[in-house]
Design a binder for this molecule. Structure first.
Ligand SMILES: [Zn+2]
Length: 369
């Protein structure tokens, strides 16, 4: 790095050949460098190293000696390395390249906050989680589906998502005839279980299905674990009220046990969804007082907890919306347990260490790693 910095300083407009002889701690301003040269040094350094010196370091002292320049570059580089092991969903701050304005990427980050790539190491954990979930609910789920990241707009509307959570819904736009993009017949999958309700019309006597989908929600992504694109694994139970109501209690216990086997200290708590608007405030408080939604909360970063799983009792909501009736004419009840695989990985990393190959043997065995 020292040679590269001296090469930058050796520009004839800056220090020229003196750059190769000047002491590391000599004040460069004694060579008569003014602010224009300082800016030139700044731009070249950012370009050469692919970094952005943070605003608070853009003071003359930072560029006063070769030592101080080295320290500034090193501190930014350290922060890039640190981001590499930062938890999922945390935004990269102040690390942008001088040319093209593109953020310096680590192995998980993309150019959209809350949207991540999956390295092979993480995919192995997801595979282990899927297998464990499949095994845990194997007695119940008659079929498992992998759902696409998009769903028919009509189904999403029937599910009531656009009405209750317009702030979270994502839509697909296109321009089939050229010109300005317009909404298509697809929106982004908001909840994996939405894909299942249309299937139930022909099998509404009651049963259980599981599904995994890459979901989208327009979350604010400033907090660790708040992703806009994430994996959701769900088990859906539908049937008569008494059966479903009993099941959701068992499902909460099963989910809690499963997460505890993974070494996660989860706490069940009554929760509510972020319904939109004034009516939404009412719906949210109703959901909480009727205890229709339970979350299992785990620590994903020091001081930050997120729901890693939830159990939702929909009562007649989806039965009504999709015209599902039992043979006796009663409306089908439904409940689902949803696992946020990305957040579970975060909680596992917080609990057992950043790299899965260093996790305790018992945890690795559960996940087949
Ligand atoms: Zn669901």
């Amino acid at each position: 790095m020292l040679d590269e910095i001296r090469a930058i300083l050796s520009d004839p407009g800056v220090l020229g050949d003196d750059a190769w002889n000047v002491g590391d701690d000599v004040d460069l301003r004694s060579f008569g460098l003014g602010s224009m040269q300082m800016v030139q040094i700044l731009v070249e350094i950012e370009e050469r190293f692919g970094i952005e010196i943070p605003d608070e370091k853009l003071v003359p002292e930072t560029f006063s000696t070769i030592d101080s320049i080295v320290a500034a570059v090193a501190s930014v580089r350290v922060s890039v390395t640190r981001v590499d092991v930062d938890p999922i969903g945390k935004e990269v701050e102040g690390v942008t390249a001088g040319s093209g304005g593109l953020t310096v990427m680590t192995d998980r980050q993309t150019h959209a906050s809350g949207v991540l790539l999956t390295p092979r190491e993480d995919e192995r954990v997801y595979t282990g989680l899927r297998a464990k979930l499949g095994e845990t609910f194997s007695d119940e789920a008659e079929e498992h589906y992998t759902a696409p990241p998009v769903i028919a707009r009509s189904i999403s509307e029937r599910a009531g998502y656009a009405r209750s959570f317009p702030q979270l819904l994502g839509a697909v736009h296109g321009a089939p005839d050229g010109g300005s993009p317009v909404p298509t017949d697809l929106v982004l999958t908001s909840a994996a279980c939405h894909h299942l309700y249309p299937l139930l019309a022909s099998r509404a006597t009651g049963g259980c299905l599981s599904v995994e989908a890459m979901c989208y929600r327009g979350e604010a992504t400033a907090e660790t674990g708040r992703l806009r694109s994430f994996r959701m694994y769900e088990v859906l139970r539908y049937g008569p009220e008494t059966v479903v109501e009993e099941w959701r209690g068992q499902a909460l216990t099963t989910a809690e046990q499963l997460l505890r086997i993974l070494g996660l200290d989860v706490e069940p708590c009554a929760a509510n969804d972020p319904f939109f608007g004034r009516i939404g405030k009412y719906l949210a408080s109703a959901q909480q007082s009727e205890q229709l939604k339970w979350e299992l909360v785990a620590t994903v970063e020091d001081g930050i907890e997120q729901a890693v799983a939830s159990v939702n009792y929909h009562m007649e909501h989806f039965g009504d919306a999709f015209g599902l009736r039992l043979p006796d004419g009663a409306v089908v009840h439904s409940a689902c347990v949803a696992f946020g695989l990305d957040r579970i990985l975060l909680a596992l990393r917080h609990q057992h260490g950043q790299r899965a190959d260093g996790w305790p043997a018992s945890i690795r065995a559960v996940l087949g790693l």
